[in-house]
Design a protein around this ligand. Structure first.
Ligand code: AOS
Ligand code: ZN
Ligand code: ZN
Length: 391
């Protein structure tokens, strides 16, 4: 097949695509076994924003940075927001943290003790105050609550407690805010997780109201799960609020998105493109949620953005008319072929050309490597590293 050619509309859609970067991806991270600290990592949220801005500088596709509270605590969020804008990016979603306070050992919003539940709700009210200061619209809530043993607590009572706490948080949202609720089938608990699947997350969102939507983290499903089916279902309900994109081989590995299964990423983006949900105003926030434990962080985020762009470009190449005709007529091989033709197309030359048209270097990784930024931050940021995942 000759070099890929996109229609004018598809090119416009691809150029308009935006991906939100996680502040925590730039800080040190690791597993429960070890955090291998890297030189030059950010020492505060301002430096995290500066590193994230490098990704956008060479891709022009990552204009927002998602913050995490308390990892990105600062006493002046307006100043942090202005700093971001000076660097050509802005602050995106605000992520709460219900997984690192000792009080949450037996749960947060689902805890048997109302004092702990109140603490968890109040943490989200603090996050909403941050949103008002940064202009963020999404409050992202990942609930780590769960049980390690049968009989440990009452499964139904925990759902009732959760519903009450979510309702209190939801009631505090401003009209422009969304509560984006994430699910995860296991970890840190091992027997039962209180929001384990998309169905539970959707049920709670439907009970809360139209400002509650679901976050689909691609690493949060049992092996073999058909994730694009979940994408299609949540899109049909108008409740797919965001992705937390990453790659996994076995668990919630938080590896670079597209690195483990680029075909799955393509199938996900095909559902998005086919549903017309790619545009930044579609209500779907394409976020990365990754940890770069052994690879340099900024290039890893650049590679991740490039992987999403490639999957999106391939999805935009699908001959929708031919696919529909084949599907309608029961032409199994023809329909599969229409999809595989797009997936098997090398879109890297197309993307390199689009970058050059935008005045960018055709290879963002090469451009970043040549910039000297990596060497600069190692020289400047001596000592002190911003805590993050596993730190
Ligand atoms: C944890 O496994 C979840 O993926 C969270 O979405 C994410 O890592 C967290 O939001 C970072 O605070
Ligand atoms: Zn996530
Ligand atoms: Zn995760």
């Amino acid at each position: 097949m000759s070099h890929a050619e996109l229609s004018a509309d598809a090119r416009t859609a691809l150029l308009a695509q935006t991906i939100e970067l996680p502040s925590w991806a730039f800080g040190n991270s690791g597993t429960r076994f070890k955090v291998f600290a890297q030189e030059g990592v950010p020492r505060d949220p301002f430096e995290k924003i500066a590193d994230a801005a490098q990704v956008n500088r060479y891709t022009a596709t990552a204009p927002r940075v998602s913050l995490h509270i308390p990892w990105d605590l600062t006493d002046d969020y307006e100043k942090l927001s202005a700093h971001a804008k000076d660097l050509g990016v802005e602050i995106g979603a605000i992520n709460s943290n219900l997984f690192q306070d000792d009080a949450y050992m037996l749960g947060s919003l689902t805890h048997p003790d109302p004092v702990v539940r109140k603490k968890a709700v109040e943490h989200h009210l603090q996050c909403i105050d941050v949103m008002r200061a940064t202009g963020s619209t999404d409050l992202k809530l990942w609930l780590p609550d769960g049980l390690n043993y049968p009989g440990q607590d009452n499964l139904r009572a925990r759902q009732d407690r959760l519903a009450d706490g979510l309702a209190e948080i939801y009631a505090a949202l401003d009209p422009q805010h969304r509560l984006v609720v994430e699910y995860k089938f296991f970890e840190p608990s091992f027997y039962a997780t209180d929001i384990p699947d998309w169905g539970t997350a959707l049920l709670h969102c439907l009970a809360l109201g139209p400002q509650a939507v679901v976050v689909l983290d691609t690493g949060h499903h049992a092996p073999g799960t058909n994730i694009e089916f979940i994408v299609a279902q949540l899109l049909r309900q108008g409740r797919l609020g965001a992705f937390d994109f990453n790659s996994r081989f076995y668990a919630d590995d938080d590896l670079m998105v597209g690195a483990a299964d680029p075909f799955q990423l393509f199938r996900i983006m095909h559902e998005i493109v086919q549903a017309g949900a790619l545009a930044p105003d579609s209500g779907v926030n394409f976020m990365l949620d990754q940890c770069h434990n052994i690879e340099p962080k900024i290039p890893a985020q650049i590679r991740s953005v490039m992987n999403v762009q490639e999957a999106t470009a391939k999805a935009l190449l699908v001959d929708a008319a031919a696919l529909d005709t084949a599907q309608q007529s029961g032409d199994v091989l023809g329909a599969n072929g229409a999809l595989m033709d797009a997936y098997n197309t090398d879109v890297r030359p197309l993307l390199a050309g689009l970058r050059e048209e935008q005045g960018l270097h055709p290879d963002p990784l090469a451009a970043y490597a040549a910039s000297g930024y990596a060497e600069k931050i190692v020289a400047e940021r001596v000592g002190g590293t911003q805590a993050g995942w596993g730190a």
